[in-house]
Design a protein around this ligand. Structure first.
Ligand code: C2E
Ligand code: MG
Ligand code: MG
Length: 637
């Protein structure tokens, strides 16, 4: 015990001599034990008034009744105290008061890092009493594993007299606070002065914001910004990154039918499963949003990407269990590797394009290559062309007459769109409809066609009585909001009898799972408009559809017609098909009749309405108008 006490005293005496102000060690009664060179007093002399002393921390009046002392307990029992002289004339106490207010941290320590002075903000942050800090080795407040900070700070102070470090400090309770310091070392007095700011909260917020900026909230995976940044870094380094764009198949169905909660749970489960794949560990795996995930290999070749794609597809073959249900999700993956100096954005777009291609067959991968590149270029050019053509009104309508057999009288026409290109040439729908559909521009084209065709139909009906007008629409056009109402209104405005309007759709449209399309069709039929099933016999046609679907007319695809004369099986099928439709009270239009023999054959089978080059090619409105005029009819006869 005495040993320890002796040791404290030596330590405190050393500190005393380093203080640049009058200072003394006093005992519990304020009697001087030792003084430094700035103080003229003899041991044994009563220095500090005892009664005032207990108001620690703070100023005490000296025993002489004049001097002022700042007294701190060095031993907890109060048997050794440090008294430092407060000189009224230098304003030291004003400086101290200034620093004691506000939340800036203020600290003064000697050249060994021992604390001489500190303000209450500093003490509060670290959880120390004013009494406890004097002489405390400030370096012991650094985290145990932070050896570097002390070395660099001391070096800076030695070389430049100042340092602006930011470091973690351990509080008395063992927590850590991050503090940014401005330190200044004054060599003449051997003191280091520091003003600091506790930036723990600020840093935490910044980290959180940063995390949010670069992470997907649902899965915690890196987000688009992070993935693109990473990709760009790798490109900038001259590496050869490989990007996988993974688009889940049928995810929308899960989300729509089971709700967003299950959708989110499924996405998280998928994310976790992919993230844990060996083939993906070397890469950055993130989520773009929705059901799109991306894998970025920093520097790899396409084979690595393919191996990862195979692993991902395989991993997702095993169903997921979400909310007690077994869910199967497939994935379509596009792979893009560096070529032609792409930017991160371009590379991601390439992978996206390849995924789009993969999607046509689902659960497979496609590598972005020159063919796809050309397809993209074409799509891009076509899209630009469509936009200008829309602005410049360069879409035209051709009318292909629908005739009755055997007379070949024209009972109406199908409106078919054409695009008048800038160079004057005429493009068929096959050259642009897909792009118009993908880019969401088709409905604008369709509105123009509908308007022109209805006006023309009204004109023809006025001149010749009944005139059927047939219009083509894709699923996307029909699924757009207000489709039915706008069409019904347009028909009424044009003054066309709804029963003479045919809406042509393909089977895939009616078979779409979402009920919205079926509702639209029902609404149209309720207004009197009739629905025709186009291109029947292609794709996944089923005879039962003829009975079940809400349709009035069946248009038999021309693939039947081309073989009807040469192939007995096709002939038999066509005959049964026509008979079935008639039995179900559906009108039948046979498409694509090119020869007289075909026309005769079809007529024998009972098909009464027909379209085809044998009768008329699609033609401009005036041509059809003059064809139907009395003179035209006489000439045709
Ligand atoms: P579709 O509705 O099956 O139209 C029939 C297509 O067959 C037309 O091609 C027509 O010119 C062609 N065709 C008619 N008779 C014969 C024939 O005897 N032999 C041969 N080989 N072909 C014949 P087109 O005009 O190129 O239209 C292609 C497709 O584009 C149409 O197929 C239709 O699905 C779509 N389409 C046309 N106009 C529009 C439109 O305004 N909106 C929408 N959504 N689709 C349209
Ligand atoms: Mg059609
Ligand atoms: Mg057709």
């Amino acid at each position: 015990m005495t040993e320890v006490a002796h040791d404290d005293l030596t330590h405190w005496r050393a500190m005393l001599s380093s203080l640049p102000i009058p200072a003394a060690l006093v005992d519990g009664d304020g009697v001087l034990l030792d003084a430094n060179r700035w103080l003229e007093a003899t041991p044994g002399e009563r220095l500090v008034g005892r009664e005032v002393d207990d108001a620690s921390p703070g100023l005490a009046v000296g025993h002489d009744g004049v001097s002022r002392w700042r007294v701190r307990r060095l031993r907890t029992d109060g048997s050794v105290r440090l008294a430092t002289g407060e000189r009224e004339d230098t304003g030291d106490h004003l400086v101290r008061r200034f620093f004691s207010t506000g939340d800036s941290l203020f600290v003064v320590y000697d050249q060994w890092g021992r604390i001489v002075e500190s303000n209450s903000a500093w003490e509060q942050m670290l959880g120390y009493n004013h009494d406890e800090v004097f002489g405390l080795d400030s370096w012991t407040l650094l985290p145990p594993d932070d050896q570097e900070t002390r070395a660099t700070v001391e070096q800076d102070l030695r070389d430049h007299g100042r340092a602006e470090p930011t470091f973690w400090m351990r509080t008395k309770r063992g927590e850590y606070r991050l503090v940014r310091w401005a330190l200044h070392f004054d060599g003449t007095v051997g003191r280091c002065f520091g003003i600091g700011r506790d930036i723990t909260e600020e840093a935490r917020l910044r980290n959180e914001l940063e995390h949010r900026a670069y992470h997907d909230m649902l899965t915690g995976l890196p987000n688009r910004a992070a993935l693109l940044g990473h990709l760009q870094d790798s490109l900038d380094r001259g590496a050869a990154p490989v990007v996988l764009f993974c688009d889940l198949d049928h995810f929308k169905v899960v989300n729509d039918s089971l709700g967003h909660g299950s959708g989110d749970a499924l996405l998280s489960a998928i994310a976790e499963r992919i993230a844990n794949l060996d083939a993906v560990t070397a890469a950055l795996f993130g989520r773009l949003g929705g059901d799109e995930f991306v894998v970025v290999f920093d520097d790899a070749n396409v084979d690595t990407g393919i191996a990862a794609a195979d692993a991902i597809i395989d991993a997702l073959r095993v169903p997921f269990v979400v909310d007690g249900r077994w869910l199967h999700v497939g994935v379509s993956i596009g792979i893009a590797a560096t070529a032609d100096d792409p930017t991160a954005d371009e590379l991601l777009t390439h992978a996206d394009t390849a995924a789009y291609e993969a999607k046509k067959d689902r659960n497979r991968w496609v590598v972005f290559d020159s063919t796809l590149r050309e397809a993209v270029a074409r799509r891009f050019n076509v899209e630009a062309g469509i936009r200008t053509a829309l602005d410049e009104n360069r879409f035209e309508v051709r009318y292909q007459p629908i005739v009755r057999l055997p007379s070949t009288d024209v009972i109406g026409a199908e409106a078919l769109v054409r695009w008048r290109r800038a160079d004057g040439s005429l493009a068929s729908p096959g050259e642009f409809i897909d792009v118009a559909e993908e880019t969401g521009l088709l409905h604008r084209i369709g509105e123009g066609v509908t308007r022109d065709a209805l006006a023309f139909a009204a004109e023809m009906a006025a001149a010749h009585g009944n005139f059927v007008i047939s219009l083509n629409f894709t699923a996307r056009e029909i699924a757009r909001g207000h489709f039915a109402n706008s069409l019904i209104d347009a028909v009424a405005e044009a003054g066309v009898n709804p029963a003479n309007v045919l809406v042509e759709i393909t089977e895939s449209v009616v078979l779409r799972t979402d009920s919205s399309v079926v509702d639209v069709l029902a609404q149209l039929r309720a207004s009197g408009i009739r629905i025709a099933l186009d291109d029947f016999g292609t794709g996944f046609s089923s005879l039962s559809h003829l009975r079940e679907l809400p349709i009035d007319v069946v248009k038999v695809d021309r693939s039947f017609v081309s073989d009807v004369v040469t192939d007995p099986v096709t002939a038999a099928m066509t005959r049964s098909l026509i008979e079935l439709c008639l039995a179900l009270e559906r009108d039948v239009i046979i498409e694509g009749i090119e020869t007289t023999t075909q026309a005769l054959e079809i007529h024998k089978m009972g098909g009464v309405l027909a379209q085809g080059y044998r009768f008329h090619r699609p033609m401009p409105a005036q041509d059809l108008a003059s064809l139907l005029s009395p003179i035209g009819r006489a000439q045709a006869a």
